[in-house]
Design a protein around this ligand. Structure first.
Ligand code: NDP
Length: 308
């Protein structure tokens, strides 16, 4: 039986460890503060932002949500970011992606003070990651590293294959595994013989955004499989085929009109992997937990500066 890597359990551990740190910061009059910019009206982004604000409230972190309209310009967003940069009580600034199409997202990210870049997307922080020096790290891959560490999954000397090369998941994931001494292969849409490359992996990370794409032939028996994908299935045929007519999934579909699935086939991975993250309840919860940890860490740095 494959071990299910429980993201909810690890999330709770991470958040619990943040609690005394938040209390100490509050006692030192340095309550952590997170500002989230949610531009336009993307329903998925609204849910993500709601979860982030809720996590702040539960942890006692100050949060602020700014909601410019869909028509916002790059210049207006940069101005908003700059005014948040100037406010000492704001430790973290998060610009929820994707931004409306007329906005130059790279310029907006570049405007964030790198010390307040709790998403770890600023080029300076990506450089810090490349050189393995301290700085805020991208939340999803750093959450995955926490999960692997806390489940004692060996990394050093193992072959890790990361499918997906985005700046926010695939690339930082590959670098973090490399820093922990894995031998890393990065795959993407032009990779030849993808299934054969994946089958070499002791640790396989799928971050591609293609529902249940990674099937049995991609998985080495006993491998650790991390499924980053979050895909919403809205066709009954697809749900029936991917979940092989599982009655609970079909019932969920009838009730809600959709079912979530990762980038990995959920039945194949349970049959072949040694350990794997489920969807939902795997990687997703870790992302928000690491955002909280990054915000607390930014406030601790502020306190160090204030008391120096
Ligand atoms: P992007 O769309 O930015 O990147 C997708 C990557 O996958 C690209 O590098 C692309 O290759 C590669 N890819 C796409 N199709 C294939 C294929 N058929 N074979 C091989 N490689 C392929 O996505 P993100 O990295 O932002 O996100 C990936 C997934 O993770 C999404 O489902 C997203 O919803 C989810 N996600 C989940 C989070 C969480 O908290 N759980 C957080 C962030 C993302 P190429 O570069 O060649 O185009």
């Amino acid at each position: 039986m494959a071990l299910i890597l429980d993201g909810l359990k690890i999330r709770d551990q991470i958040l619990k460890e943040c609690q005394p740190r938040v209390a100490a910061l509050e006692a030192a009059r340095c309550l952590p503060g997170l500002a989230v910019i949610l531009a336009g009206d993307n329903p998925a982004s609204e849910i993500y932002v709601r979860n982030k604000v809720k996590a702040c409230q539960e942890l006692g972190i100050y949060s602020e949500k700014l909601t410019p309209p869909e028509t916002v310009t790059t210049a207006q967003l940069i101005e908003m970011v700059e005014s948040l940069n100037a406010r000492p009580e704001i430790d973290g600034i998060l610009v929820q992606m994707p931004l409306p199409k007329q906005v130059d997202a790279k310029r907006v990210l570049l405007a964030i003070n790198p010390d307040k870049d709790v998403d770890g997307f600023h080029p300076l922080n990506l450089g810090r990651l490349v050189t393995n020096t301290p700085g805020p790290r991208a939340c999803t891959p750093s959450g995955i590293m926490e999960l692997l560490k806390r489940y004692n999954i060996p990394i050093a000397g193992k072959h890790a294959v990361v499918v997906g090369r985005s700046d926010i998941v695939g690339k930082p994931m590959a670098l973090m595994l490399l820093h922990q001494h894995a031998t890393v292969t990065i795959c993407h849409s032009r990779t030849s013989n993808l299934a054969a490359v994946c089958r070499e992996a002791d640790i396989l990370v799928a971050a591609i955004g293609q529902p249940a794409f990674i099937t049995a032939e991609f998985i080495k028996p006993g491998a650790t499989v991390i499924d980053v994908g979050i895909n919403r299935l809205t066709s009954r045929e697809q749900v029936a085929s991917i979940f092989r007519n599982a009655p609970d999934k079909l019932a969920t579909f009838e009730k809600r009109g959709s079912v979530l699935v990762g980038d990995v086939n959920p039945i194949d991975v349970a049959e072949r992997a040694g350990a794997y993250t489920p969807v939902p309840g795997g990687v997703g919860p870790l992302t928000v937990a690491m955002l909280m940890a990054n915000t607390v860490e930014a406030a601790e740095r502020r306190l160090d500066v204030c008391s120096a």
